[in-house]
Design a binder for this molecule. Structure first.
Ligand code: B12
Length: 276
């Protein structure tokens, strides 16, 4: 089943998708586990083949369609992921009751930054957080900083999530954080997407922003991070720890920079002989 799912992603086909996902739902504890497990493994393989020049853009577009279809199959009409009981606050796993009971539903604004069209990861984050009782405002892809600022002022979200998968998005995220700060906004910022990292977040984004900036590696961690940030009892300790960890990363980076470089002669003497 795992192999068939991977092949479906690589080939961008969907004939066997429904049957294989039905089988996966029996074997895996939740839809999130299937997304983070076999589906992500398939996408990694696609990324590897694309990176090595063994797959081309039109094929990756087909792949993306298959991934979207898979997530749709795993999502019910009410936007909840099938059997997504892991983080449920009710014994029957139906978090939608939370939406009805909680009149002050926490809002999460999501956007893929300007210049970047990748949205599969962001959409997964949206579905997972929606299942955890958050109200999602999804601004889509290629969203300019000024639009994000405007939407934040208009909708007053409790959390802002930025997604970016290409290298230029890293600089754009710094740009967005700066624009938000200049508008006087310090809503917690979640940073995600394949090119982002804890190090880049600590070095470049966190220093330009007033509020907490958290790098989130995958969709399964989002709700935990959001809950820690939004719960009054845990927020201060969480943010203090976050700032300490980010300071440690900055120190680590600064120390690396101080390592003496080897001389040009030494480096040349160590070169790899490709024709040996
Ligand atoms: C699918 C894909 C595409 C599709 C995108 C379709 C779509 N609708 O999204 C298409 C074909 C359009 C595409 C285009 C391009 N792509 Co592309 N693409 C990919 C690929 C294969 C998979 C990305 C993906 O969806 N992964 C699966 C998702 C689920 O993972 P994810 O996004 O990382 O999300 C997870 C976490 O990161 C996190 N997360 C993500 N966002 C957020 C946000 C928040 C707030 C939080 C908390 C968490 C979070 O949660 C998710 C679930 O766990 C990757 C390779 C790879 N393995 O990443 C290349 C890749 C990202 N693409 C790449 C490139 C170069 C391009 C192009 C420039 C190619 C070209 N020459 O035109 C264009 C870019 C166009 C643009 N301006 O953006 C490079 C980027 C390299 C770089 N460092 O810049 C990669 C890494 C491939 C490679 N190895 O070279 N691509």
């Amino acid at each position: 089943m795992e192999q068939r799912l991977q092949q479906a992603l690589i080939k961008g086909t969907s004939e066997t998708l429904e049957a294989d996902l039905a089988e996966a739902l029996i074997q895996y504890p939740s839809a999130v586990a299937i997304i983070e497990g076999p589906l992500m493994a398939g996408m990694q393989e696609v990324g590897r083949l694309f990176g090595e020049g063994r797959m081309f853009l039109p094929q990756v577009v087909k792949t993306a369609r298959t991934m979207k279809q898979a997530v749709e199959i795993l999502t019910m009409d009410n936007g909840q992921l099938i059997m997504d009981n892991e983080n449920s606050i009710f014994p029957d796993g139906n978090n939608s009751q939370f939406s009805i009971l909680n009149s002050q539903l926490k809002k999460v604004l999501l956007a893929t930054v300007k210049g970047d069209v990748h949205d599969i990861g962001k959409n997964i984050v949206s579905v997972v957080m929606g299942c955890n009782g958050y109200d999602i405002i999804d601004m889509g892809v290629m969203v300019p900083a000024e639009d994000i600022v405007q939407k934040v002022l208009e909708c007053r979200p409790d959390i802002i999530g930025l997604s970016g998968l290409i290298t230029p998005s890293l600089a754009e995220m710094v740009n967005v954080a700066t624009a938000l700060r200049e508008a006087g906004i310090s809503v917690p910022l979640l940073i995600g997407g394949a090119t982002t990292s804890a190090m880049h977040t600590a070095l470049k984004i966190a220093p330009v922003y007033e509020g907490p900036v958290v790098y989130v590696k995958d969709a399964s961690q989002n709700s935990g991070v959001a809950a820690a940030l939004l719960n009054e009892n845990t927020r201060d300790a969480y943010v203090a720890r976050l700032r300490e960890d980010q300071e440690a990363l900055r120190q680590e980076f600064a120390q690396k920079g101080q390592k003496p470089l080897m001389s040009l002669e030494e480096a040349r003497a160590k070169k790899i002989d490709l024709f040996q």
